[in-house]
Design a protein. Structure first.
Length: 134
């Protein structure tokens, strides 16, 4: 009898956990907002030559375009309880073509490959790789 109650309790607990995970699985809109915030804090801090202070303002003023770029460069795999996001961002997609030769002179990454998991209403980057211009 004790084993049966323990099994029932475990089943109910796992079911409740699964329901909580499914109901808090963040969607693409939340990911875009998260990614924009990450760009403001992480990417803008790495922008050289004094342009970094203008970077957050630029992102705020161009939120729609930046979120669209994030959306186009992100693949989401929804596993019901959590989601996995693979994002490939490149400065080529936001800077004019003529600016790319200048980037090779500046020691900053020209792009990023990010893998993020969304679970319990939060996002966690578990893999990040930066790319340099060829």
């Amino acid at each position: 009898m004790k084993g049966c109650l323990w099994g029932l309790g475990l089943t109910i607990g796992l079911g409740a956990l699964g329901a909580l995970m499914a109901s808090t699985n963040p969607g693409p809109d939340e990911f875009e907002t998260y990614a924009l915030g990450q760009m403001k804090t992480e990417l803008c801090a790495r922008v050289p030559m004094g342009f970094g202070k203008d970077c957050p303002r630029f992102l705020d003023e161009n939120q729609g375009s930046v979120k669209e770029m994030i959306r186009k460069n992100t693949q989401r795999k929804d596993y019901f309880f959590f989601s996995r996001y693979q994002t490939q961002l490149s400065l080529r997609s936001v800077l004019p073509e003529g600016a790319m030769p200048l980037l090779s002179l500046v020691p900053i990454p020209t792009g990023y490959d990010l893998e993020t998991v969304g679970v319990f209403g939060n996002f966690y980057i578990y893999q990040a790789q930066s790319k340099q211009a060829p």
